[in-house]
Design a protein around this ligand. Structure first.
Ligand SMILES: *Cc1c(COP(=O)(O)O)cnc(C)c1O
Length: 373
């Protein structure tokens, strides 16, 4: 028998799950809502569609590789120079670039767990070894433990605030202590994908250290609050040498001309953006209060999502909600992340949790959370 050679891939790929998209709601459900991917339920902001249509007319041309206009707008917004700003195809891409720029085989990357499901994949692909630090009982980052997990091999620490999927944001005092404890040779990547939704008055300010320190970079995105998830554009603000390293790892012409224009146009209409964010934050409060009234222990929700710590029943709840027309994101054995959507979707979700409560005693083993609703 002829044995054919075939292309071989890096061993690390065996440990990386093939991508599973957020499930769309069951077809045929009376009404169905997708609350599984932390998307913004609103259509594009005013003026953005027009800008996109105009940009679409020149799609035969490559985008501006230097992203001149958008970088200038972001630099202006944050009081930095353009050399302190990079853009990418979503802030996830910028995380990949930061890791690729920093890590080789044998290096270590510290991050909290449970956190964003892209982290183990991005870290694995960089060749580095992930060192995970469990969240505290309140589903928060344990920053002292993360600082203590740094070794001579550590190149990067990722801090996700607010933490996806559990919700709490890192606080100012603990973050300042953390930065003081992290050696300056270790890059701190602060993933603030949900920063616009934060109402916690104690939230850490990562932008100031990103401007002042050599080893702090902040990632933000147009996908969530700005509602441009489908266009793929995020950005990094940090020290010029870090930004330069990130840019060197970027794919050429990654951020499309349409995405560049849409992001810039979104920055023109920030008051409208803030109205929408306020409405979602109010809905978040309504959902959190509704869940608390039903007896759920929900950790502090600072993003556009809530976390149900259902433990062993997480996947079961995912199916339960799916059957009732709402797609949510269960994490096996741990909990369920549910996006705050339009009011009708949130109403439906609260009906489903009430029905779930009526049928069992799901939160008996749930941990206690210090909640600030
Ligand atoms: C959604 C999300 C991102 C960003 O996604 P992009 O669409 O790639 O900008 C980054 N980090 C976390 C924690 C997220 O939840």
């Amino acid at each position: 028998m002829l044995v054919m050679d075939r292309p071989r891939f890096r061993e690390v790929l065996d440990s990386i799950p093939s991508y599973k998209p957020g499930r769309p709601p069951a077809p045929g459900a009376l009404s169905s809502y997708k609350l599984s991917s932390n998307e913004n339920p609103y259509p594009p902001l005013p003026g953005v569609m027009d800008a996109v249509m105009r940009a679409a007319a020149s799609m035969n041309r490559y985008p501006d590789m230097a992203v001149v206009e958008l970088h200038a707008r972001l630099a202006d917004k944050y009081g930095v120079v353009v050399d302190q700003v990079a853009t990418g195809t979503g802030s996830v891409a910028l995380l990949y670039h930061a890791l690729q720029a920093s890590c080789v085989e044998g290096d270590e990357v510290v991050y909290a767990w449970r956190s964003f499901e892209a982290y183990p994949i991005a870290v694995g692909l960089s060749g580095a070894t992930g060192v995970t630090v469990p969240l505290t009982a309140g589903a928060r980052h344990d920053l002292p433990a993360m600082a203590a997990a740094i070794t001579d091999a550590t190149r990067v620490v990722v801090v996700c605030t607010p933490n996806n999927p559990t919700g709490p944001a890192v606080h100012r005092a603990e973050f300042d202590d953390f930065l003081a404890a992290v050696p300056s040779r270790v890059l701190v990547v602060v993933d603030e994908a949900y920063r616009e939704f934060v109402t916690d008055p104690d939230v850490a300010d990562a932008l100031t250290p990103a401007k002042e320190r050599a080893n702090v970079v902040v990632l933000r995105t147009f996908s969530k609050a700005y509602g441009l998830a489908g266009l793929r554009v995020g950005y990094a603000v940090g020290p010029a040498p870090v930004i330069d390293a990130i840019r060197k790892c970027s794919l050429p012409f990654g951020v499309s001309s349409i995405a560049q224009v849409a992001a810039a146009a979104s920055l023109d209409v920030e008051p409208a953006l803030l109205d929408r964010v306020d409405a979602l934050v109010r809905e978040r409060g309504r959902v959190v209060n509704g869940l608390a009234d039903q007896g759920f222990a929900v950790p502090d929700a600072q993003g556009n999502f809530v976390w149900l710590p259902l433990g062993d029943r997480a996947v079961e709840f995912g199916g339960f909600a799916q059957d009732r027309g709402v797609a949510v994101r269960p994490f096996d054995g741990d909990g369920v992340r549910v996006t705050v959507g339009e009011p009708a979707a949130n109403d439906r979700f609260l009906e489903i949790t009430a029905e779930w409560r009526a049928e069992g005693e799901p939160t008996a083993a749930a941990p206690e959370y210090a909640t600030t609703f």
